[in-house]
Design a protein around this ligand. Structure first.
Ligand code: FAD
Length: 415
């Protein structure tokens, strides 16, 4: 409880900000959380819900780069770029490609696993603390593979995990069908990730955590932060559309919108966004006991409280372009290809902004520039997964304790 008598302000009430706010409270800090939306209404609202403690690789690998040209040919496929956005995202893409060097992939893989492997243990603890255990399932998930290279892809996905001591079990097509009775006949192979989990509602999970935060004395201020003010060279106030908010210590956890605030604090980070979509299907009329991911389509089908969610894919188009709902419709079509019996009369569509850095690692920790500033953003495809651990690490650093894992790979000045 080394935070007793100290205060902290967190900007951003997504799952990362809320998990961090609670972790700080648990260390004894008095915490204020600031967001212009209600907690959990940003990207944390609509993700696929997977607690993916089995992810072992960064996004940029030589294998993925080989697939990119084919993916880009389909404007409604797993990866697309709005060509008008290309000049803006070109430097990010350049760094992304550079990170696919084998030695770099090895280094990034170790950091991803260190941050993600404790996920279930840390999330179980956080959910129990906040009274949200009913929102977390521990059934694992199944990756399914179609096409001529199904065997090869499944074997690769198992091998990269085995190397890091992560359980992943091969499944024949019949074994996949036993686990997922309605799955398409085109599925030739599967991989079971037995130790992973998922939430039945990403939004309710963040909301529940935020409610606990308030019940435990935390203050939520609904305001948009537009600038950061300094007193004698030290960051000291948030300028907001609802007046200034003074702070002692500040955590930037504003997801895909963190870049400008971080720049104000003296760090240029290549943060961009990988937009993703979901379609929430109520009354799908098929049984799905555990999440299924189709490696080729780059999306998940997840059983949730309100039905089945089809979520995923990547669109590089920045923070301002309107959604392309045809991508959500295509996602639904592909979901139906995977589960042909699924009824899709009642659906809701959503788009969100993954906060992505080109090396697939978030920024976690402090800055040598200012002793009272801390960061927790950039969790790309794994923000739900890594949020509980991120909160724990940030709180440990702020309390002057040694963090559970080495956080050097996540430092803000690594670019
Ligand atoms: C389709 C899709 C599927 C995904 N599936 C998974 C998955 O299965 N598992 C997984 O682990 N991750 C998944 N993710 C990624 C995950 O959702 C994100 O990494 C995570 O939600 C990021 O959380 P966050 O708290 O950083 O950001 P957000 O949830 O976006 O929160 C940031 C908050 O900051 C606030 N904010 C921003 N700027 C300001 C400002 N100036 N002033 C005040 N407030 C501000 C916003 O209003 C917002 O509430 C998925 C993402 C997508 C899009």
């Amino acid at each position: 409880m080394t935070g007793i008598g100290k205060s902290a302000t967190v900007v951003g009430a997504g799952v990362v900000g809320v998990a961090t706010a609670i972790a700080l409270q648990r260390k004894g800090f008095t915490v204020t959380l600031v967001d212009h939306q209600e907690p959990g209404r940003g990207t944390s609202f609509g993700n696929a819900g997977i607690l993916s403690n089995t992810t072992a690789m960064p996004l940029a690998t030589p294998g993925i780069l080989r697939e990119v040209p084919k993916m880009l040919l389909d404007p409604l496929g797993p990866l697309t770029i709005r060509w008008s956005y290309l000049p803006k995202i070109a430097p990010w893409l350049f760094q992304f490609v550079r990170n696919a060097r084998p030695d770099k992939v090895e280094e990034l893989s170790k950091a991803i696993v260190a941050l993600s492997k404790p996920t279930l243990e840390v999330w179980t603890d956080l959910a129990a603390h906040a009274g949200a255990s009913d929102l977390i399932e521990r059934r694992g998930w199944v990756g399914v593979y179609t096409g001529a290279d199904a065997d090869k892809k499944a074997a690769y996905d198992i091998a990269v995990r085995e190397k890091r001591g992560i359980a992943a079990e091969p499944l024949s097509a019949d074994e996949v069908r036993q686990l997922v009775p309605g799955i398409a006949r085109t599925v030739a192979r599967g991989v079971l990730h037995p130790n992973a989990g998922h939430t039945v509602s990403p939004y309710r999970l963040t909301e529940r955590l935020a409610q606990h935060f308030r019940n435990a004395g935390g203050v939520f201020r609904q305001a948009k932060v537009t600038d950061i003010g300094f007193v004698d060279g030290k960051p000291a106030t948030l300028t907001t559309d609802h007046g200034p908010i003074a702070f002692e210590r500040l955590v930037i956890a504003a997801g895909a919108w963190s870049k400008q605030l971080v720049a104000r604090l003296g760090h240029k980070v290549p943060l961009d966004t990988e937009r993703g979509y979901h379609v929430m299907i109520s009354d799908p009329g098929v049984e799905l006991r555990l999440p299924v991911s189709w490696s080729e389509g780059k999306f998940f089908l997840t059983p949730m409280a309100g039905g089945i969610r089809v979520a995923g894919t990547v669109e590089l188009a920045g923070l301002d372009a309107p959604p392309n709902w045809k991508r959500a419709d295509a996602l639904l079509e592909k979901g139906k290809l995977l589960m042909p019996g699924m009824k899709t009369d009642k659906v809701e569509r959503w788009m969100g902004f993954r906060p992505s850095l080109p090396d697939s690692l978030p920024v976690i920790g402090g800055t040598p520039k200012h002793a009272n500033i801390f960061f927790a953003f950039g969790h790309h495809h794994l923000g739900l997964t890594q949020s509980a651990m991120t909160g724990r690490l940030v709180a440990q650093v702020m309390a002057g304790e040694r963090p559970d894992i080495d956080i050097a790979p996540f430092r803000v000045d690594r670019f």
